[in-house]
Each structure stands twice: as structure tokens, then as C-alpha cells.
Write a protein that binds this ligand. Structure first.
Ligand code: PGA
Length: 252
């Protein structure tokens, strides 16, 4: 009953001209694939151009971040209403934002509450670092990130949230988590934390993705897991055939 979901996180890649070229070609393949919610998340600078190209398609557009305030003296930031002009989705709390730009569960939570206010569908990222993984702290870290980042959300809004489990050690490393391990984290740590926040029924309705070195070759393994509802794809989302194959693997 959870619709599969695949989002491409382009990170800090592609000029506007490059983005146009990529999306023009990619959308021809993606629009043929039904039964999966598809989202592209280019950099802010390409949102205008990409939104024009996606008009009339069933491919959604997302931002990779935003600030929580509506407007004002916040040099360099982009507000929820600005994102909302072009996007239905926004990635929040990606591990690169947590590691390089000082984001915490508290700031992620403020952004999430703001996404709720401005009617954006958030893709909230959680995941342990290599150090935390090796010292067997996955449960503690992922449970904390989930319950802190998603606290004080209106239970009516909760089913809109998409959670992405992205172990930091698997991102961009080619060392993907095994599908079994990823499913176990979602089933035994993330969904119970969601159930504590919103109740068991809502916890079952929320889509939870896996992210970290997902490729066309390994995607189907994740999607066959009962608790994994799709993927947040980085590197492979910049390759047309590769990303289309991942989306296809998720379609039901
Ligand atoms: P990757 O990145 O697919 O390149 O590992 C995933 C992500 O950071 O969302």
C-alpha cells in the first residue's frame, strides 16, 4: 500500500545548461515508468529551468535543502516559499549537510516543521557514520536522529514525510549496505521510532528509502525488502540509463 519512491539527489553537480540537457533526455525515459513516485533534486540554480522541462510530466521536483524562516536577513539562504514556487519536495538533513554545514537534529526538525507549514513533502535523512557503525552504535544514533528530527510534527502531516536511511559509510563509497542490513535497520529501528512518535498505523504508512551507493545492479535487491520503499540515489542519478533502470526496478 506504500507507493514506491525514488529520488535523485544531484548534490552540487550540473550547470543550468547541463541540467537541461540531462533532464530533457532523462525525462523521456522516466515518464514511461508508472507505479513509482519519481523525483529529481537538482541544485537551487537549476530548479527554474528543470521545473519548466518537467511541466506536464509525472516527475516531481525537489530541493536539496532550505532554511526554516519565511524571509528576511539570512544571506545565502533559500526560504520554504521560494522552494515551493518550483518544488513539491525538499531533502532535509542529508548527512553531508550534517557533516559539513553544522546541521543537527534540532535544525533539521525546525526545517521539517517549516516544510509542514509550507506544504512541502520532506525527505528526511538519517544514518550512522562509519565510526558509529563500527562501534555498534547504529541503533542509538538512528533512533535518536529519527525521533529528534521528526518530533512535534502534526500526526496528520506525518504520512507525507519520506524518511531516507543512508548509512554515511555507504554514501558515495561504492560500499553499499547489504539489503538485509538496511531492511533490519528500517524495520527494527526506524519504524519503531516512527511508531513511538505517530502510532503504529502511521509508522506503517510512512515511506522509508534506502540510500548509499544504489546502482542499477543492486537496486532490485533493496526494493524486494518488505520495509524498504524506494531509494535516494546520488551518483547514479546523474546517469540517464542507470537512473531509469533504478526507477524501473522500483515500479510496481
Ligand atoms: P550515493 O549518494 O548514491 O552517491 O552513494 C546517496 C546520497 O547521498 O543521497
Amino acid at each position: 500500500m506504500r507507493t514506491p519512491f525514488v529520488a535523485g539527489n544531484w548534490k552540487m553537480n550540473k550547470t543550468v545548461a547541463e541540467a537541461r540537457d540531462l533532464v530533457f533526455k532523462m525525462s523521456m525515459q522516466l515518464r514511461e515508468i508508472a507505479g513509482v513516485e519519481k523525483v529529481l533534486c537538482p541544485p537551487f540554480t537549476s530548479l527554474v529551468a528543470v521545473s519548466a522541462l518537467l511541466e506536464g510530466t509525472d516527475i516531481g521536483l525537489g530541493a536539496q535543502n532550505m532554511y526554516w524562516e519565511e524571509k528576511g536577513a539570512f544571506t545565502g539562504e533559500v526560504s520554504p516559499p521560494m522552494v515551493k514556487e518550483f518544488c513539491r519536495y525538499v531533502i532535509l538533513g542529508h548527512s553531508e549537510r550534517r557533516a559539513y554545514f553544522g546541521e543537527t537534529d534540532q535544525t533539521v526538525n525546525r526545517k521539517l516543521i517549516s516544510a509542514q507549514t509550507f506544504d512541502l513533502t520532506p525527505i528526511v535523512c538519517v544514518g550512522e557514520t562509519l565510526d558509529e557503525y563500527e562501534s555498534s552504535r547504529t541503533r542509538e544514533v538512528v533512533a535518536r536522529q529519527t525521533s529528534q528530527s521528526l518530533r512535534d510534527v502534526d500526526p496528520a502531516f506525518a504520512p507525507r514525510i519520506v524518511v531516507a536511511y543512508e548509512p554515511v559509510w555507504a554514501i558515495g563509497t561504492g560500499k553499499a549496505s547489504t539489503a538485509d542490513n538496511a531492511n533490519a535497520v528500517v524495520k527494527d529501528i526506524i519504524r519503531p521510532a516512527l511508531a513511538e512518535l505517530f502510532g503504529a498505523e502511521t509508522a506503517q504508512a510512512i515511506r522509508v528509502l534506502y540510500g548509499g551507493s544504489v546502482t542499477a545492479a543492486n537496486a532490485a535487491e533493496y526494493f524486494s525488502q518488505p520495509d524498504i520503499d524506494g531509494a535516494l540515489v546520488g551518483g547514479a542519478s546523474l546517469k540517464i540509463d542507470e537512473f531509469a533502470a533504478i526507477v524501473k526496478a522500483a515500479s510496481k
